[in-house]
Design a protein around this ligand. Structure first.
Ligand SMILES: *Cc1c(COP(=O)(O)O)cnc(C)c1O
Length: 226
């Protein structure tokens, strides 16, 4: 089931890249494995998947420690409580949900010296949803500058989770505005190369508008327990 699902998602990504004049392999697939057992992750690794996303700091850290596979890239994509920055900075390769100065400073301070710099995407609350996570588009430049000055962090780009919409035209409008933010960030910071947007339900619109990374859970691993 998981290998077949992965194959289908990869085929879809390839077709979308072609359809929207994107370079082959210009979109990275992040497999979102939150609430899924290690046995599922191992199946995906067997099928060639290398990048995984987790939303719960402790659950993900336990899986990372248990697998202990240096060939896997682990991305933290969940809300960050400041008392979890040490755990996150010492286990993960990427954090895609950095959204405020205090968290950025703590992630850098807690990144172990023997590890390479922690890759950071700033999470943008693009459609001003009433959620706890994500900075505003106005706050983005200052947070990007702060991240770029941190010794143990490297600014890679932005991540967003727009409000779900069943209209592809609506999805594309929001993703297009993220693309503009990304392009402007990229002109200011040469380390920026990642526009993380699109999930199982809106991956097509995201790739059409320039996503370089899509984060897919359900379409690979099936429904999650609630
Ligand atoms: C759960 C989650 C995903 C994956 O969502 P699916 O709809 O299962 O593909 C992607 N990104 C984030 C930040 C998530 O929390």
């Amino acid at each position: 089931m998981i290998p077949g699902n992965l194959e289908k998602v990869r085929t879809d990504i390839g077709q979308l890249e072609h359809q929207h004049q994107r370079d082959p392999a210009s979109v990275t697939l992040l497999a979102v494995s939150k609430k899924k057992p290690l046995s599922d992750i191992k199946q995906a690794i067997e099928a060639g998947q290398r990048a995984f996303g987790e939303n719960y700091a402790d659950e993900g850290a336990a899986k990372i420690a248990e697998l202990a596979d240096p060939a896997i890239d682990w991305h933290y994509i969940g809300h960050i409580q400041s008392n979890k920055t040490r755990l996150i900075a010492s286990h993960y390769d990427w954090v895609q949900s950095a959204d405020r100065a205090k968290i950025i400073e703590r992630l850098s301070a807690h990144r172990p010296a023997e590890l390479p710099a922690l890759n950071i995407c700033l999470q943008v609350n693009i459609d001003a949803q009433d959620t706890k996570s994500g900075c505003s588009a106005e706050e983005l430049p200052a947070l990007a500058r702060l991240t770029s000055t941190m010794p143990n962090l490297v600014l890679r780009g932005i991540m967003a989770i727009p409000a779900p919409s069943s209209e592809e035209s609506e999805q594309r409008k929001v993703f297009a505005s993220l693309r503009l933010l990304f392009d402007s960030l990229r002109t200011d910071f040469s380390s920026v190369d990642t526009l993380s947007m699109g999930m199982s339900a809106d991956m097509g619109a995201a790739i059409a508008e320039g996503a370089t990374m899509v984060r897919v859970g359900t379409a690979i691993f099936g429904q999650r327990p609630s």
